[in-house]
Structures are given as structure tokens and as C-alpha cells.
Design a protein around this ligand. Structure first.
Ligand code: BES
Ligand code: MG
Ligand code: ZN
Length: 490
């Protein structure tokens, strides 16, 4: 499938379908569209009337055009209310159109969406992102994919004079989102610490990234007792993965991205009970997935920024070797942790990853983690939590998220709540009370950051979709990759 910019007008384009957009309550045929409707003997007005198409965001209609017209079908897509229009409306519209085209088994499609308020380059990019992401399907674990073949061969963007680079940029970003989705979707018997490390090796050799993998002994030497405590019950060796993208020119700045990498979270001896979602805990490496997805995109986009991609990868299992509830672990900054709940394992692995990253001397670091169910309780499935005491970093991340069409909500680093984690026997416990659970998790992580401006993103909700949307399928969403890429490019 190829997306390209075309200078053919929608009046003259011929092919399987032309898609046009409308604002809610402003479904009018004026200018070009009026001429087109006349040319098509009123098919567009008919379609609008028959399907009571109102331009509501995410809605679509498709109709066959009669006669011998060289244009065979017309697709209407709703952009929502004009005053609510954002850049992401175009990404979503691109996705909705692509889904209709896929359903209708079209081969050639053209999309005429533009708006004076937006730069054509960025519009072409986000529409293409929406199209590619909507058409992605993860068939790796299916034996019969015959009826799932995508028939689309070419997609032309009309009325949108932009450069081919805009589309290439979308393809690169989407390839990172897709990698993240596929890592999240891969079950724990396919993606484990060892295969994750192999994936990182492939990424490094294919895209020219530097790679260091710290094996268990290396982690022991560095005193990563918190990470290794979690890894103890697994039959597979832990892998501490560190990829680096270095630009050709002197870097404008240096950044680090740290992802929680639990390829499975059983809860450990505080075993997850039924109804706790244990069967979806293959997604507990969603932070690492976003980290490596961003690495894949960034390595292709080549910004003048040095970026470190880090994950302490293991699985949280049960066995006679498992850490016990009540065990005291010593992290690599010498802080001691009383593990009052083995299911709060992500923060233990991140503790050592943050200590390690803090020493790299980067200008800022962001961690991403499917850290707490409490964050889902607080913000629901579509919004991730953001914690930072650095206002600049907060501003940068919010702006990056905005253009990415990904939702974050800044949450408080309420120092007083740390009291809940005071331990009588160690420096801290690893969990506080149920109330404010995502905040105490963030406060715990903060204990392992000394020098570097830092932000924590709890992506437990949006990393996984129960139902498909315009651009996401059911399952892994690749959430945060686009935000991270924008951050790196800003
Ligand atoms: N991986 C989970 C958090 C999670 C829950 C992610 C649901 C995605 C969906 C994390 O390791 C965990 O188990 N957290 C506990 C913390 C608690 C023991 C303080 C939780 O949220 O229940
Ligand atoms: Mg857990
Ligand atoms: Zn977890």
C-alpha cells in the first residue's frame, strides 16, 4: 500500500472511492463539492439525505455512484463540530476512512481533507498516520489470514500540497507505534526477557543504534537488588536493555526514556486473583514497548538529539525462589525497600533503572509504566497520568502529547503521602494504602532520581484497548510512542 500526494482535483480524480469530510451541523455542498455533486448526478446529496449523515465525529457513509462514472464510490466522514476541531481530528478521520475502505475492499482511494487553519505538511502527516494505524492488523498468531487481506493499493491525498517527506515521516512514526503494539500483543510465551533482548539486538543492527545488555551478573555488580528481587522467581534470565541513538552532528540535547518491562506480571506471591486482569498481564511491558517503538521511529527520523532507551526486563513470577512478601531489597542507590506487596513490582524494577539512567548525565528523563490499577481508577482507560516537579518538562510533554493526539493529565507529587510508605525496618515500603495509589507509586519512583529533571507517565489505561477505535485495534495501542517522538523532535 502506498500513500501519495496528488495534484488531481477531486472533480477529476478517478478510482474506487473518494473520501470527503464534513463538520457536524455544517453538512453543506458548496464550491467544489457542489460541482462534484452535479457531476455525480446528485449522489452526494442523496447519500447525505438517505443516511441522515450529520458530520458527527467518527461517523462515515459510503455509496456506489451510478452510471459509467470513473469514480465508483463516495465516502463521507464526520469531523465533528468545527469549534472542536484539533489536529487529531484529521488523524481520526484518516483512520475512519481507511476502515471503510478496507471493509469495502477498495483498491484505490483518494482522501480530500484540508483546512486553512493547519499546515499542509502536518495535515498530510497525521492523515497518513491515521490511515496506516487503522490498516495495521496483527496476524502473527493466526493460522488463516486469507479473509483479512488488505486490498488497498494506493491512497492519494487530494487538495493537500505537501511534500513526500510528510508521508515518510508518518510511515516512520507509525512503524514505531506498530512495533509497540506488537510487543504488547505478543503473549508472555512468545515475548519474554530473552526474546525482548533479541528484539533489541535486531533493532540496534537494523537502525544503527548502540546496544548494551546488562546480564544478571552485571546487574548484581551494580547492586540492582530491587530489579533482581523481582526477577528471582523467573526461570528466564533478566535483561537490562540500554539502546542509544546518537546523531551525526553534536547533539542539541540528551534525553532518556525508561520503560517498565514486565513481560508478565502474575503478582508474585501476592498472586493476582481472578478478576484482577491477570490474563492480560502480558501488557505489563507497555512502557518498554513504547520506549523501543519510539527508538525505532527516532532512529529513522534522525533528530539532532542523543536519546537513551532503557528497560529492566523480567517477569514477575512465583516459585520457591520468589521474593517473599516482607523481604527487604537493597536498590543500586543503597536505599532499602521492605516489599510489603510483591505485586507492586514495576516500581522495584524501575527503581534500579532510574538510578542507572540518572547517572548518564542526560538533560531530562521520562519513565513510562503500566504501573498502577489506581491510575486507571483515577483517569479511566483513555488518559495517562503525568507526574513531574519540572514545569519545563511538563510543558514539553503536554505539547508533544497534544500534537500526538494522546491524552495525559498532570497529577500531584503530594510529598505528604510518602508517609504511607514509611517502614519501621527499612528506608521505605514499596506500597502505601489504596487511596491515591498512583501518587504513592510516583513518589516511590522519585526516591531513585537525584539529579536529572524527570517525569513519570503511568500508562496502565491507554496502553490497551478493549474495543477498536478509528485508529486503534483491540489490544495493544502503541500509546505514548507518538508523544515520545514529538518530544525527541521538539
Ligand atoms: N502491572 C500492574 C498495574 C496494572 C494494573 C497495569 C492493571 C495494567 C492494568 C502493577 O504491577 C500492579 O500490580 N500494581 C498494583 C499495585 C498495588 C499492589 C499497590 C495494583 O495496581 O493493584
Ligand atoms: Mg504488579
Ligand atoms: Zn506490573
Amino acid at each position: 500500500m502506498e500513500i501519495k500526494i496528488s495534484n488531481i482535483s477531486k472533480l477529476n480524480w478517478s478510482g474506487d472511492a473518494l473520501a470527503i469530510g464534513f463538520f457536524a451541523d455544517k453538512v453543506e455542498l458548496t464550491g467544489d463539492l457542489k460541482l462534484l455533486d452535479q457531476k455525480l448526478d446528485g449522489t452526494i446529496s442523496e447519500l447525505i439525505a438517505e443516511t441522515e449523515f450529520k458530520g458527527k465525529s467518527g461517523t462515515t457513509s459510503i455509496e456506489r455512484i451510478g452510471g459509467k462514472n470513473a469514480l465508483r464510490k463516495i465516502i463521507l466522514v464526520g469531523l465533528g463540530k468545527e469549534e472542536d476541531l484539533t489536529l487529531d481530528s484529521f488523524r481520526q478521520a484518516g483512520g475512519s476512512i481507511a476502515r471503510v475502505a478496507k471493509q469495502a475492499k477498495l483498491k484505490t482511494l483518494s482522501i480530500a481533507l484540508n483546512h486553512d487553519g493547519y499546515d499542509n505538511e502536518i495535515l498530510a502527516q497525521v492523515i497518513s498516520e491515521g490511515v496506516i494505524l487503522a490498516l495495521h492488523q496483527d496476524n502473527r498468531f493466526k493460522s488463516d489470514t486469507e479473509n483479512q487481506k488488505i486490498t488497498l493499493e494506493t491512497i492519494e491525498l487530494l487538495d493537500l500540497p505537501a511534500s513526500p517527506q510528510a508521508i515518510e515521516k508518518a510511515e516512520k512514526i507509525a512503524s514505531g507505534v506498530i512495533l509497540a503494539r506488537e510487543l504488547v500483543n505478543a503473549p508472555a510465551n512468545a515475548l519474554n526477557p530473552v526474546t525482548m533482548a533479541e528484539m533489541a539486538e535486531n533493532l540496534a543492527s537494523e537502525y544503527g543504534l548502540e546496544l548494551t545488555i546488562l546480564e544478571q551478573e552485571d546487574c548484581e555488580k551494580l547492586g540492582m537488588g530491587a530489579f533482581l528481587g523481582v526477577a528471582k522467581a523467573s526461570d528466564l534470565p533478566p535483561k537490562f536493555i540500554h539502546l542509544v541513538y546518537k546523531p551525526q552532528n553534536t547533539p542539541k540535547r540528551k534525553l532518556a526514556i525508561v520503560g517498565k518491562g514486565l513481560t508478565f506480571d502474575s503478582g508474585g506471591l501476592n498472586l493476582k486473583v481472578s478478576g484482577s486482569g491477570i490474563e492480560t498481564m502480558k501488557m505489563d511491558m507497555g512502557g518498554a514497548a513504547a520506549t523501543f517503538g519510539a527508538a525505532k521511529a527516532i532512529a529513522q527520523l534522525k533528530p539532532d538529539v542523543e536519546i537513551h532507551f532503557i528497560s529492566a526486563v523480567t517477569e514477575n513470577m512465583i516459585s520457591g525462589k520468589a521474593m517473599h512478601p516482607g523481604d527487604i531489597l537493597i536498590a543500586s542507590n543503597d536505599k532499602t525497600i521492605e516489599v510489603n506487596n510483591t505485586d507492586a513490582e514495576g516500581r522495584l524494577t524501575l527503581a534500579d533503572a532510574l538510578v542507572y539512567t540518572d547517572k548518564l548525565g542526560v538533560d531530562a528523563m521520562v519513565d513510562l509504566a503500566t504501573l498502577t490499577g489506581a491510575c486507571i481508577v483515577a483517569l479511566g482507560n483513555d488518559i495517562a497520568g503525568l507526574w513531574t516537579s519540572d514545569d519545563d518538562l511538563a510543558t514539553q510533554l503536554k505539547a508533544s502529547a497534544q500534537t500526538a493526539g494522546e491524552k495525559f493529565w498532570q497529577m500531584p507529587l503530594e510529598t505528604k503521602y510518602f508517609e504511607q510508605m514509611k517502614s519501621s525496618i527499612a528506608d521505605m515500603k514499596n506500597t502505601g494504602s489504596r487511596a491515591g495509589g498512583s501518587i504513592t507509586a510516583a513518589l516511590f519512583l522519585q526516591q531513585f532520581v537525584k539529579d536529572t529533571p524527570w517525569a513519570h507517565l503511568d500508562i496502565a489505561g491507554p496502553v490497551w484497548a478493549e474495543k477498536p477505535t478509528a485508529i486503534d485495534n483491540e489490544g495493544g495501542t502503541g500509546f505514548a510512542v507518538r508523544t515520545l517522538v514529538n518530544w525527541a523532535l521538539s
